[in-house]
Design a protein around this ligand. Structure first.
Ligand code: ATP
Ligand code: MG
Length: 397
């Protein structure tokens, strides 16, 4: 008898001929996520299986598996070679543990058998009834109940000669395997929104890269560490390493500050950020840019501002998964994914340096272009790109 974790996937079932591609990506992402933990990962028809782990690692493995996009649920199961005797033994062991860990006086249950292996001689319903009797004969605490029961005792008799016995079902995050929807460049600030935006797009299968603009020495080393910590938290969801492009933005900001109308400071800054992001994306075969922008949240996020900054993009689309979210809903997700506490650390972002008192709320594209004429924009962009520092963030152990 062996303890294993059974993982089930969702939407991939819909993918017809491409299913193999999605299944392979999911398998690889699971492997990446469990790297460094002693265990075996295998596939059985339509499921994945983690086994041969140490008892002490079960919690960690469970948490890691829950975050691999593509899985909808998992169960902690006992695996036995299929035979009536072995299954009965597993059922007794499992229900014994349930009894031991419960404070209740009565636990209601229903036994449910799935017989994918039709060579097993007893029909599913008959076997469920038989197992129900076994439980009632051996434990006083359990009562059969066919609806609204406390636990479901599942017996899954598979084609591979193995049977899985379990009674828990833990939700996973769902989504699509990372990497199956292409690559995206997340514009990652130190704020609350952009990590959430990255998480949401990774959930739809995008392989993330990140880009951060910093204004050292106006922004501190702590601000830098904060962003890299956020990137590290995101690696829980990115199916492996996360490459961060750290762009030195001080010279650009100083030039805008000196030469342009201060009301356009943020607008021009964002137009240059987008241009740099687009060029780096193109060079690295990254197909889209992701931001945490949100309609109406600040002056740079009015429909006019969004249209204005978007207009500098030549070919690459910008995805803004949070566009219609309320701040409280964004905060809720950021707490769930574990970025909130880091996001609210009080270190300045480059956008807050040189912050004007009177940012333009509805910048016209024409006026922005006029302002940009005061700058040697091409050289500023080139120099920033040439001095990008690439940081590869490894998943936390
Ligand atoms: P966030 O909470 O993500 O910082 P925000 O509400 O503070 O967003 P803005 O500062 O206007 O809004 O930024 C909008 C988006 O622009 C961010 O979500 C992020 O995608 C991008 N961005 C802002 N500052 C930076 C930066 N320093 N480096 C990279 N991207 C940035
Ligand atoms: Mg911000």
């Amino acid at each position: 008898m062996k303890n294993v974790i059974l993982l089930r996937y969702g939407e991939i079932h819909l993918k017809g001929k491409n299913r193999g591609f999605f299944e392979n990506a999911l398998f690889q992402n699971l492997k990446n996520s469990l790297e460094g933990i002693n265990c075996k990962i295998s596939r059985i028809a339509g499921r994945y299986l983690v086994s041969e782990f140490e008892e002490k690692d079960i919690k960690l493995i469970t948490e890691k598996c829950q975050k691999v996009f593509g899985f909808v649920s998992l169960s902690h199961a006992m695996e036995v070679e299929t035979s009536e005797e072995n299954i009965v033994l597993a059922v007794k062991t499992l229900m014994g543990e349930v009894e031991k860990n419960s404070a209740k006086e009565v636990i209601t249950f229903k036994a449910k058998t799935k017989r994918a292996d039709k060579s097993f001689p007893v029909k599913s319903d008959d076997f469920s009834a038989f197992l129900g009797e076994v439980v009632l004969d051996n434990f006083k605490i359990f009562k059969v109940k066919l609806s609204d029961y406390d636990i479901e005792l599942n017996v899954d008799i598979r084609e591979n000669g193995k049977t899985y016995v379990f009674c828990d079902k833990v939700n996973c995050l769902g989504g699509m395997p990372v990497g199956t929807a292409g690559k995206g460049l997340l514009m990652l600030s130190g704020g609350i929104d952009s990590p959430v935006a990255g998480y949401m797009m990774a959930k739809r299968g995008l392989k993330l890269f990140a880009m951060h603009f910093h204004s050292f020495p106006y922004t501190s080393l702590q601000a830098r560490e904060k962003v890299l910590s956020l990137a590290e938290i995101l690696t829980d969801y990115t199916g492996g390493d996360l490459t961060v492009f750290m762009v030195p933005f001080t010279k650009v900001q100083e030039a805008i500050h000196q030469k342009c109308d201060s009301a356009y400071m943020i607008n021009i800054m964002r137009r240059i950020m987008f241009r740099i992001a687009e060029r780096v994306a193109e060079k690295n075969n990254i197909q889209t840019i992701v931001t945490g922008e949100n309609l109406g949240q600040v002056a740079s996020q009015t429909i006019e501002s969004l249209t204005n900054t978007n207009s500098v993009m030549d070919v690459i689309p910008v995805m803004r998964p949070l566009i219609a979210f309320d701040k409280l809903d964004i905060i809720k997700i950021s707490k769930e994914i574990g970025t909130f506490e880091t996001s609210i650390l009080p270190y300045e972002d480059c956008c807050t340096v040189f912050l004007p008192d009177n940012p333009i709320i509805k910048p016209s594209i024409k006026n922005s272009q006029k302002q940009e004429k005061f700058l040697d924009i091409e050289n500023l962009i080139q120099e920033a790109i040439e001095n990008i520092e690439i940081v590869k963030i490894k998943p936390k152990k």
